[in-house]
Design a protein around this ligand. Sequence first.
Ligand SMILES: [Zn+2]
Length: 113
Amino acid sequence: MDKQDIFEQVDGIEERMGTTYAELGALKKRIIMLIEENKRLSIENQQLRKLIRQDETVLEQPEGETKEPLPLTGAGYDNLTRLYNEGFHICNVYYGHLRTEGDCLFCLSFLNK
Ligand SMILES: [Zn+2]
């Protein structure tokens, strides 16, 4: 095998690795987006279920005793703490995004308020 052949082969591998690396990066972004979307949907689902339960409670009440539905408190402190511990941002800078680099100072300063 002469030198030219070897270099051509190495160039080929280098090019394929570059493509693979780019594909991996794109895939990682998609995974992050899917995880974030999944979280948004599960929170929305939870809030909708809460609303349905409130509706049922209102319907079960006898006439003349209609009560105002409870306000949605999906952003309660406990919920935010849980969300943060599940690996998501709760700060107003990146809210709802996956924390891919460990702790976030914005979130932590919010939690320590
Ligand atoms: Zn944050």
